[in-house]
Ligand binder design. Structure first.
Ligand SMILES: [Zn+2]
Length: 431
């Protein structure tokens, strides 16, 4: 079991967190706002004292930390862009670095940021997810078939799955799903007897499609998804093969805001996890960017962080589930085409191969043809290019498998999509 995993389950304040999460789902909108404001005040005071970034900002802006008291005061704090976490993320630290652990993310954008997490924030993250699962009758620690991360060493060991015994997880390599391997894979899965299937929708639907074509079903209590926009076809395929409902949640590596669906079909903000602001997207009257202020990552406070994720209009409330959690519109912008390996295997969510390439201004992996991948790199003066290129080759070898062709193009600026967005992974040719 990983250190993080042990910390999340053994965290001493866990019982208090679970109690608070239970109270909040029965609380009124006013009680929820009071909770958010209480934590916001404490977090602002702490950040103003201890985080170099905010210490400097409060000094220079002439704003007194004690004057940030209510949600209405929040817009007086500056919006944070992803760029601020690219090079000097440590300026946001409040705790000594040794009490936090780092995580990297590109999301589906081509900028890899570093963030820090505390044990408390990790414990709260898990407890918030467990609360959502409980709405669907999923136990706190379900036996989970995980199709999110890939086997760390799939090509050398030749195994299709990996047990994480303490975590009650069976990890399936998302990059090794094909018809020939299905019978052996299915035998390993049935022996494990999962209660839930969990992970990336693109990987889960690959498995679901193989099972349906083979006339097989794998009934579970629920399918737990995150990280990607799902089509209705994907959702109905999952329901057909796995039987249970689809529980989806939205979050980010930066962990500034969380949302998820309820048993009555509403998609709710989780307002006790973080404060969600919706920022109008210029030129698009019915689109908003999600801006998050986390209320639990005390070691690394970020206020008003721009996630780059956009939502449409929220449906009119209230939700039949009667929770006072605000409803959120459809979340967009997390769609990525699968790549294809040299041997024809599909490679879902290919941005995995750039997510630890830190120290670059921009990065993108482009599929030029099946099995041919070009990394476009925009270095800074401090970038260690040979090390970055070696890491990129290692990533492709590890995640996509050996036998792929890797090239590099150094650029000043990576061309944007027609939408103006920088994507971490693009397919240049049709496959
Ligand atoms: Zn609801």
């Amino acid at each position: 079991m990983s250190l993080q995993h042990r910390v999340r389950h053994a965290f001493p304040l866990r019982r208090a967190m679970v109690g608070s999460l239970q109270r909040m789902e029965r609380a009124s909108a006013e009680e929820i706002a009071a909770y958010q404001e209480r934590r916001l005040r404490a977090l602002v005071r702490l950040a103003a004292r201890r985080s170099p970034f905010y210490r400097e900002w409060f000094d220079q802006a002439g704003v007194h930390p004690a004057s940030i008291r209510t949600l209405a005061d929040l817009p007086r704090l500056p919006l944070l862009d992803r760029g601020l976490l690219l090079h000097e993320p440590d300026r946001f630290l409040v705790y000594p670095r040794r009490l936090t652990w780092p995580a990297h993310s590109s999301g589906t954008s081509g900028q890899v940021v570093t963030v820090h997490r505390t044990a408390g924030s990790s414990a709260f993250e898990l407890a918030a997810l467990q609360r959502q699962w409980s709405w669907f009758g999923v136990p706190h620690r379900p036996r989970s078939l995980l199709l999110r991360s890939n086997d760390p060493d799939p090509h050398r060991t030749g195994t299709l799955t990996r047990h994480v015994p303490g975590a009650r997880q069976l990890v399936v390599s998302s990059y090794r799903l094909d018809r020939d391997r299905l019978p052996r894979l299915l035998a390993e899965i049935r022996a494990f007897d999962p209660q839930v299937v969990e992970g990336w929708p693109s990987a889960i639907t690959l498995l679901a499609g193989l099972l349906r074509d083979a006339g097989q079903q794998l009934p579970v209590t629920a399918v737990i998804t995150s990280s990607e926009v799902m089509t209705t076809e994907q959702t109905s395929l999952m329901r057909e093969v796995f039987g249970g409902p689809v529980i989806d949640h939205y979050g980010q590596t930066e962990r500034v805001a969380m949302a998820g669906n309820c048993e009555a079909g509403g998609y709710h903000q989780f307002p006790d996890y973080g404060i969600t602001e919706l920022l109008a997207v210029p030129g698009h009257p019915d689109r908003w960017e999600i801006v998050g202020t986390p209320l639990h990552n005390w070691g690394f406070p970020l206020f008003r962080y721009r996630t780059g994720d956009e939502v449409g209009p929220a449906p009119a409330g209230p939700c039949p589930c009667r929770r006072a959690f605000p409803l959120l519109g459809r979340i967009d912008g997390r769609v990525e085409d699968a790549f294809t390996a040299a041997d024809g295997r599909p490679l879902p969510l290919p941005h995995t191969v750039v997510k630890n390439l830190v120290g670059l201004r921009e990065v993108q992996v482009a599929q030029l043809a099946p099995g041919c991948f070009d990394f476009r790199l925009v270095p800074t003066t401090a970038t260690d290019l040979p090390a970055t290129q070696a890491q990129a080759r290692t990533n492709v070898d590890r995640y996509f498998g050996p036998g792929q062709t890797v090239t590099f193009t150094i650029m000043d600026h990576i061309p944007r999509e027609p939408s103006g967005k920088l994507k971490a992974a693009v397919r240049v040719t049709t496959t």
